[in-house]
Design a protein around this ligand. Structure first.
Ligand SMILES: NC(=O)c1ccc[n+]([C@@H]2O[C@H](COP(=O)([O-])OP(=O)(O)OC[C@H]3O[C@@H](n4cnc5c(N)ncnc54)[C@H](OP(=O)(O)O)[C@@H]3O)[C@@H](O)[C@H]2O)c1
Length: 241
């Protein structure tokens, strides 16, 4: 196996943290980014104590300067970024007629702009090397619209659209969309309409799958040979239907 330099956004909890742990255990060097650095520090301490290779940096994906610094630091230290996993996301759910415009803007900023910022930050170096892999975490919400997740669905559909376009433009860079269904994480813990979020949390807890299933799907895409692009993977609970 080739040891890769893998950057993971939103690595302070849930799918991002579990994926970073999974890829580090597989022998890759992982760079964890998020805003909650206390959580990142703990994960990196766990990994290094286990003899694995990891580091972390504070990251806000809504800020292009922050994303560029995250990538540039990794390039300066390691000479390359092999894989960028654009995983950071938020899901403050509410009906459209609740007019939670700040939540709409946050979802656009994190879920869509954040992914575009990641692409902008790594694309020049990957294009110059004619090598690299960008993995965007979308959702089953990228395939169907469900209220009260209309804006969330819109951002995830946009992530699929951007990924498809990037794949068409890129003959050397691999592009993968990984779309989880209900997964037990902290996604419903913040923002949105309280009752809606509680209902969604209960659903995720009852039928949701473990984040390790998503991490393994990402690990599968990473492990393929250079010439093989795993374009889309949807992983959801059997009970989600
Ligand atoms: N859980 C599900 O059922 C499910 C289903 C489909 C898709 N997804 C997608 O999976 C991805 C991971 O979510 P999760 O379920 O693992 O939820 P989570 O546990 O809440 O993790 C979300 C991560 O995103 C980070 N994040 C949020 N805003 C950020 C910002 N401005 N800059 C940098 N990082 C930011 C958070 O870190 P900080 O707060 O520390 O910055 C956290 O590490 C998201 O894209 C989500 O939409 C999840």
């Amino acid at each position: 196996m080739t040891r890769k330099i893998v950057l993971v956004t939103g690595a302070s909890s849930g799918i991002g943290e579990t994926t970073a742990r999974h890829l580090a255990a597989a022998g890759h060097h992982v760079v964890l980014g998020a805003r909650r650095t206390d959580r990142l520090k703990q994960t990196v301490a766990d990994l290094t104590a286990a003899g694995q290779s990891a580091e972390y940096a504070q990251l806000d994906v809504t800020d292009l300067t922050s994303v560029q610094a995250f990538v540039d630091d990794a390039l300066a230290r390691h000479g390359r970024v092999d894989v960028l996993i654009n995983n950071a996301g938020v899901m403050p759910l509410a009906r459209l007629d609740a007019l939670r415009v700040d939540d709409w803007n946050q979802m656009i900023d994190v879920n869509l702009r954040g992914v575009l910022h990641g692409i902008a930050a790594v694309l020049p170096a990957m294009s110059a090397r004619k090598d690299g892999h960008i993995i965007n975490v979308a959702s089953t919400a990228a395939y169907r619209v469900d209220s009260p997740g209309v804006v969330y669905c819109a951002t995830k559909m946009a992530v699929r659209a951007v990924s498809e376009g990037l794949r068409q433009e890129s003959k050397d860079i691999r592009v993968t969309v990984v779309s989880p269904g209900f997964t037990r994480t902290e996604l419903t813990h913040r923002g949105g309409d309280t009752q809606t979020q509680e209902a969604m949390r209960a659903l995720a807890e009852s039928v949701g799958i473990d984040a390790s299933s998503i991490a393994e799907a990402i690990g599968y895409a990473v492990a393929q040979p250079d010439g093989v692009d795993v374009s889309e993977i949807v992983v959801q609970a059997t009970a989600q239907g």
